[in-house]
Design a protein around this ligand. Structure first.
Ligand code: NAD
Length: 432
């Protein structure tokens, strides 16, 4: 099939590459010239495990190309995916200017039948708005609009895309449904479902999924905070409840709050949708409130313990909002850095993949270490913000010899309390 993907970010590039991998011919379109020039030169603009090999193979075999020219990019496509940003607007609602802007552009250039797919996370009713934007200039027999939310997780995006738990397709058009089923069949050969529903339910499904997961995280963070007060161990509690199949083991790890480009903005946007519809989705308000406090927990602990404006130095291990990505959007590390800079700390940072992205924000305000050991040289405390595997079994004695202080603030519960005490660290973790 011939496919165009508009917006070549984490979702667009992974989707486009994986569609090419199953034999389709894919044109990825982006208005960021630098990014497109890079990709045309065979350079991958993001870090995503497993993507590089597929990216190069499909470019080499001529199934994956890149352009900034929307008209040329969509000319032959049967399906046009919109994988554009939907950042929060001032009032918390998802900003649809990119989606509706491209829909308007498409209305001027489409000449034969196309399936236009909302792949971005968009509020309920967006498919109707995209339809209206296209219908302003086009005969409605020339297109169908489908909602096809994406559930991939950064860090395992290729795996998630190639073997999705489910594919959700929101459409009332039999013609578009057929096209979409044909496209997705190779991805669900093991029997995972393609679930077809109306557009609004598909749009709601994505927000409900992310909001539920964010709720699970905030719930566990609250349990952890209470564990500390009553002297319980959240690790044990997690195992105790996670073995109940009604609850499940995943998403029960307490930490420094959720971040990333999705959960914060999606919870906010669903809450805004509820308000716009005269409904007060109280749980979501609490989830956001809990998370905004949790994101500051490590920074506040450091300041409470080490004081303010006394020239002390802290190391941060992990900057990305989670492991296996270079994405730092809404990362708890950013909130911690801001808090500590304001309190007069010197900060040394290390992350296996996110250093360039952090440098672009903080410039010479931080010291950028070449590895985790250089980061702890001369520091009074170490804060662990992201659970990269490389941080799990460090050379503790070597660390101790480099650090000035003995404090570790572990926001991800990487180590056991007993082990840290035995090693002579002053160890603070979450809920234990
Ligand atoms: N990142 C994730 O893990 C994830 C997962 C599921 C869903 N989503 C949703 O998918 C959507 C895209 O997210 P992302 O993380 O890939 O965003 P991103 O910011 O990484 O990528 C968006 C791309 O769109 C391009 N773009 C902007 N305006 C354009 C235009 N007019 N024409 C062409 N290209 C344009 C940008 O240059 C950028 O490359 C969002 O709605 C997001 O909520 C993201």
């Amino acid at each position: 099939m011939k496919i165009a993907v508009v917006g070549t970010g984490y979702v667009g590039l992974v989707s486009g590459t994986c569609f090419a991998e199953t034999g389709n011919s894919v044109v990825c379109i982006d208005n960021d010239k630098t990014k497109v020039t890079k990709m045309q030169a065979g350079e991958i603009p993001i870090y995503e495990p497993g993507l590089e090999m597929l990216f190069h193979r499909n470019i080499k075999q001529g199934r994956l190309t890149f352009t900034t020219d929307l008209a040329a990019g969509i000319a032959d496509a049967e399906i046009i995916f919109l994988a554009l940003p939907t950042p929060p607007g001032e009032d918390g609602s998802a900003d649809l200017k990119y989606i509706l802007g491209v829909a308007d552009d498409l209305s001027k250039i489409i000449t034969d039948y196309k399936v236009i797919v909302d792949k971005s996370t968009v509020p309920v009713g967006t498919a109707d708005k995209v339809h209206a934007a296209l219908a302003a200039r086009l005969d409605t027999t020339l297109f169908d609009v489908v909602s096809n939310p994406e559930f991939l997780r950064e860090g395992v995006a290729v795996e998630d895309f190639m073997r999705p738990d489910r594919v959700v397709i929101g459409t009332n058009s039999v013609r578009a449904e057929k096209v979409m089923r044909r496209l997705y069949e190779p991805f669900v050969r093991q029997g995972n479902p393609i679930i077809v529903m109306d557009e609004k339910s598909a749009e709601m499904t994505k927000y409900a999924a992310n909001s539920f997961l964010a709720t699970k995280i905030s719930f566990m963070n609250e349990v952890a905070n209470l564990c500390e007060k009553v002297g319980a161990d959240v690790d044990m509690v997690r195992k105790g409840i996670g073995s109940d199949t009604r609850i499940g083991k995943r998403f029960l790890f307490p930490g420094v709050g959720y971040g990333g480009s999705c959960f914060p903005k999606d919870v906010q946007a669903l809450y805004k949708t509820s308000k716009d519809n005269n409904y007060d989705f109280k749980i979501l308000d609490a989830v956001m409130d809990v998370n905004s406090t949790q994101k500051l927990i490590i920074g506040n602990r450091i300041i409470d313990t080490l004081g303010k404006n006394n020239g002390k130095t802290v190391a941060l291990w992990g900057l990305a909002f989670k492991p296996n990505t270079d994405d730092i959007r809404e990362a708890p590390a950013l909130y911690t850095i801001d808090l500590l800079l304001e309190a007069g700390y010197n900060i040394r940072v290390f992350d296996p993949e996110a250093m360039e992205n952090i440098k672009a924000i903080y410039g010479d305000k931080l010291f950028y270490a070449k590895d985790q050991y250089e980061a702890v040289e001369g520091v009074h405390a170490l804060a662990i913000m992201t659970e990269w595997n490389v941080f799990r079994t460090p050379d503790f004695n070597f660390m101790k010899s480099k650090m000035t202080g003995k404090m570790i603030f572990d926001g991800r519960n990487l180590f056991t309390v007993d082990q840290m005490v035995e090693l002579g660290f002053e160890y603070s973790s979450i809920g234990r």
